[in-house]
Write a protein that binds this ligand. Sequence first.
Ligand code: AMP
Length: 249
Amino acid sequence: MKILVAVKRVVDYSVKVRIKSDRTGMDLAGVKMSLNPFDEIAVEEALRLKEKGVCSEVLVVSIGDTAVQESLRAALALGADRAIHVKTELETQPLGVAKALKALVEKETPQLVVLGKQAIDDDFNQTGQMLSALLKWPQGTFISSLTIEGQEIQAVREVDGGLETLKMPLPAVLTTDLRLNQPRYASLPNIMKARQKPMEILTANMLGVDLTPHLQTLKVAEPPPRKPGLKVESVDALLDRLRHEAKVI
Ligand code: AMP
């Protein structure tokens, strides 16, 4: 079985982003970019399935400008077999990405697509769900544990009330949560080897999809500054403040 993993290049989680002075978005000049952390977990899970003999090929895909090839190389260095870059200069949004992934699924016929539950730049948390609807495949979102036996998937999801266990047939779409696994680090020899692995470059036109963004950002603003915390003298003083000053937000 072939697994397709979608990976996005995003601002590194450790960067404190600044808003552009015209408030149209983030100022990304000179900012450190990385593979989306949930997508690293998706790659790791696909690699573990390959190591268990459940899967024969891990294909990683990214949609974006030329710079996303860096993220694809990072995924290849972790152990993915092959990469596809869908090249576009347009800002990528969930519906366009889901349509491009659907076209790639039709071209590549994987049995499983694994995505991150969300990209940490826009926090949309939509692409996996949209892809599952477009393909009419079952979905397991926010999964924290996965087993595949034959043609059946068992996935545990993290929901507000606890853990929900789902059973579904292949082919399917899964999205990863943080606790699914601990991704490996790429070794230096694997980073070198990744340079030789195949990377195909396609365009949206070649896939017959339209990546024109449908959402327009009107304004980006900083959250209001938080009031500083304070120390109270005693438990009674704390209770008094909670009773008389604390508000439910
Ligand atoms: P989102 O719905 O934007 O929060 O993204 C959820 C997941 O969709 C990400 O973790 C990726 O696995 C995938 N994804 C989103 N945007 C892209 C992109 N431009 N290229 C490849 N995969 C993407």
